[in-house]
Write a protein of this length. Sequence first.
Length: 158
Amino acid sequence: MKKKVMFISSTGGHLNELLQLSPLFEKYDYYIITEKDKTNENLKEKYKEKIYFLPYGTRAKLVKYIFTYIYLCIKTIYLYFKIRPKAIVTTGTHTAGPMCVLGKILGSKIIYIETFANTNKKTATGRLIYPIADLFIVQWEEMLKLYPKAIYGGSIFS
């Protein structure tokens, strides 16, 4: 029986990074979770019942975002218990934060890959996940100064 592994990220560049890990998917009973938007609707055709969507939210509309984020947190709880992953792999951002915290509390291994876009400063999600991650990977050697317990993994892009 394959281990259940959840791959989660926000849409856009974070999702692009996460999908670079697709060669690993078949080694596990995998599930992908991301935000739903027009740019990734086609992923449902490719991944079928292996992909779930959370609501898309942007802090540009703060009041709406607060309610969207509350709903995201509720759906996160539902999806966690539906999937019950042994491990959660994420490239960030706010979509992944609640899932990683919940997963850590409930015994999942947390693997965080800091974004390729940052070469010299911590991300908000990186700061949140770093203390709870079982494995924290950076893509730039310079980032080891900011995250001394991290592992340098090189670029996720092949």
